[in-house]
Design a protein around this ligand. Structure first.
Ligand SMILES: Nc1ncnc2c1ncn2[C@@H]1O[C@H](COP(=O)(O)OP(=O)(O)OP(=O)(O)O)[C@@H](O)[C@H]1O
Length: 342
């Protein structure tokens, strides 16, 4: 399992500082010109040693932001400093200081893994001997022992993804960008990779900025989560604080007798301190015998609710209290579930 030693968001000096970073794409269809504001002026700060997760629904602007921060795409407005180098004035300095592992990876299926990693290091100005030493060290740390002479096409998905990460680290970057590092891997390979990603920080002091579609991954790995929607950052906090911000725990009652549903809904509304209007997020909803509402501090209020129901002679078939998840946070912030996009 990945280490959960989450650090405070404002631990060290900023390694990424973006102000008003924006990108508008102009597309033409015949004589018609239209503009897409992919990223609409993003301010973000990432501190030294943080693991930051960048989440957002499909088309929210994640990849465009990542491509700008890694110098692959010119911003149309705004400024940024990445790993101590100005994005616009010194893109080469940025590139030399960062590691970038793209969604598709960058290994050739035919070259041998060890050759690939040495060539990649040399591309970044590292000597052959140094690249080989560093590469072998990374193979050891990333559980790739014995695969130096193998072609990536003969490796498992998890091994190939760890090789991608080794390639992104061979020149010893202090800042690593990972674009959906575990997409397509089975649960065991994902959790194994989480350990390696948290080790990047624990053992090497790296700062990690990653995008993911998996909320459990963001929860397990990240000190802080940035949520982007329609090209703007809509939240930035620790996973715990984001969950605390959701309006209470979900309490679901299944009432034994349909005739008691109305009174049960009244009692739940009183416990939740909300109205009984349905269709509102902060109201009680009734679906046949299922009565549910969000209740702040449910642990303290549910015993009182049960006593009130008992006094009214209302029997329950079941009661469930569910703590907010990151998916609830996501739904609250963007109106969409991240799972809808999968
Ligand atoms: N080269 C381009 N030309 C025109 N529009 C573009 C271009 N690249 C991205 N866009 C648009 O910009 C918006 C943001 O796209 P982006 O790829 O950054 O989103 P994303 O959050 O990474 O999405 P996903 O999760 O699906 O990868 C989308 O509306 C997309 O269609």
């Amino acid at each position: 399992m990945a280490s959960r030693t989450h650090r405070p968001p404002s631990g060290g000096a900023p390694v990424i500082e973006a102000r008003g970073l924006a990108r508008t794409f102009v597309t033409r269809k015949g004589r018609e010109k239209s503009e897409v504001k992919a990223v609409a002026g993003v301010d973000l700060t990432v501190s030294d040693g943080e693991i930051v997760g960048f989440l957002g629904p499909n088309g929210a602007g994640k990849t465009t932001t990542l491509r700008m921060l890694t110098t692959l795409l010119q911003p149309t407005a705004g400024t940024a400093t990445v790993a101590g180098h100005d994005l616009l004035d010194d893109p080469v300095g940025v590139r030399r200081s960062i590691g970038y592992v793209s969604q598709s990876g960058s290994t050739s299926p035919v070259a041998l893994a060890g050759e690939e990693i040495v060539d990649h290091g040399m591309l970044y100005g590292v000597s052959r001997a140094q690249a080989e030493r560093r590469g072998r060290e990374l193979f050891d740390q990333l559980d790739l022992d014995g695969l130096w002479g193998r072609k990536p096409s003969t490796m498992s998905g998890g091994q190939r993804r760890r090789l991608d990460i080794a390639m992104g680290l061979v020149h010893d970057p202090t800042l690593v960008f990972l674009d959906e590092p575990t997409t397509g891997l089975d649960p065991q390979a994902r959790s194994n990779l989480w350990t390696h990603i948290s080790d990047l920080r624990e053992k090497r002091g790296s700062t990690v900025f990653l995008t993911t579609h998996y909320l459990d991954e963001a929860d397990a790995l990240c000190d802080r989560i940035l949520v982007i929607d329609h090209g703007s950052i809509v939240a930035s906090d620790t996973p715990e604080a984001l969950k605390r911000g959701v309006a209470g725990d979900l309490v679901e009652l299944v009432v034994a007798d349909e005739a008691s549903v109305r009174v049960a809904a009244e009692r739940l509304a009183a416990a939740a301190g909300v109205s009984e209007r349905s269709g509102d997020d902060t109201s009680v909803t009734v679906d046949e015998r299922l009565v549910s509402a969000r209740v702040r501090d449910a642990g303290a209020r549910v015993p009182e609710l049960l006593r009130a129901l008992d006094a009214d002679g209302i029997a329950l078939e079941s009661i469930e209290v569910r703590r907010p998840t990151l998916d609830d946070v996501f739904l609250d912030l963007t109106g969409r579930s991240l799972r809808e996009g999968e």
